[in-house]
Write a protein that binds this ligand. Sequence first.
Ligand code: NDP
Length: 448
Amino acid sequence: MAKEYINRVMEIIVQRNPREYEFHQAVKEVLDSLEPALDRHPCYEKYKILERLTEPERVIVFRVPWVDDNGEYRVNRGFRVEFNCAIGPYKGGLRFHPSVNLGIMKFLGFEQILKNALTTLYMGGAKGGADFDPKGKSEREMMIFCQSFMTELYRHIGPATDVPAGDIGVGRRELGYMFGQYKRITNQFNGALTGKSLNWGGSQLRPEATGYGCVYFAREMLKTRGEEFKGKTCVISGAGNVSQFTAEKLIQLGAKVVSLSDSNGVIHDPAGIDAEKLAWVMDLKNKRRGRIREYTEKYPNAAYREKANPWDIPCDCAFPCATQNEIEEIDAKNLIKNGCYLVAEGANMPSTPAAIRVFQKAKILYGPGKAANAGGVAVSGLEMAQNAQFIHWSREYVDSKLQDLMKEIHDNSWRRAEEYGSVGDYVVGANISGFLKVADAMIEQGLV
Ligand code: NDP
């Protein structure tokens, strides 16, 4: 019965949201895994929860005009998808990347609903951004663009309404420019954005949170097999915020990190990227805004491959931390063939459905993004709590909270999977856990 309901809803979604392929993919992955929960609780169909959950509460699309350094007028498209606020104010990052479109915003916003529910904090789901390419832009262009973006977005956000943060292409610098403009227009200094700088309301450990959280989640997965990270060979994709801090925590825990990448190619350092090499990468990516291939000029024993990814490098554990659909079926097969038995997703939806099936069939430890990368939004939730009270928690305190939250997310996902007959399947466990919390809140709050 539930299967029929799912298929019916899926058909409607594809029809009503044409060409939004990533959105279809994200919804299908979730709905398919909810079947046992929908079978057990027929009330969700009666209350049309799937239909309501997959329709954003509000979608804002807007023009972002700006002037480049040559005096040319430029126009980009901005988005904010306020998907669901059943359990708290809308919360989710902003992405600046040329590939951004409505389908990608909706996939990310939809995932965010369940992810935020998993954190055990009170946050609804949203996502936003613009089809703007930060690459090669000057400081002035970045500032002007962020200001123009916020000149529209400000009217839709607020500490109790909608609280954006960073994502691809949006880090502390961009959040600073956006917060400045928000404050100027509204005349309010409040927690309408998270990921702020420490000096003016940011939380300790927010930049590290997604990467560290992903490793903490993976550590819990390893524990179920009585293992730890010491001596494990790990591959990581990407070289941005999530990748850098995934690498940092893995190195601290004694693992050997052998790869990083960007959209041009991948570096493989068989000797391992240690703390000193990672510090060099952080300077390259965050200050000099360089490309990962430059790593081999500094460390000639490493190899660089253009237009390649790290998934054919032998490893114990893999951390996709760049972007959606970066692990295809063939990559998943390569990983398994070369001995990988743990995949923890720092990125959102980095594995295609076919790749996920490969992992599930091989029964490896597979931590889907909405559980494994929830540490970022969890610490954003902690930033909101600190802002609301005008207080500041220490790094040690936030780190211990993050470790507790990741363990709780892991344990809840594990227990739910067990309860619904799929022991060890974190996809089923995470999706059902998040879904039940949001669905019940929607029913309790009536038809809104
Ligand atoms: P950054 O912009 O800091 O870094 C992104 C990295 O991924 C860069 O190395 C970039 O390479 C690479 N990348 C981006 N797009 C592509 C692409 N199409 N193909 C290949 N490589 C690509 O972003 P984040 O580290 O913040 O985000 C990475 C992932 O983590 C995203 O999926 C994001 O949604 C997810 N995430 C982020 C959170 C956060 O707190 N920041 C929270 C939860 C999830 P290049 O420089 O060449 O573009």
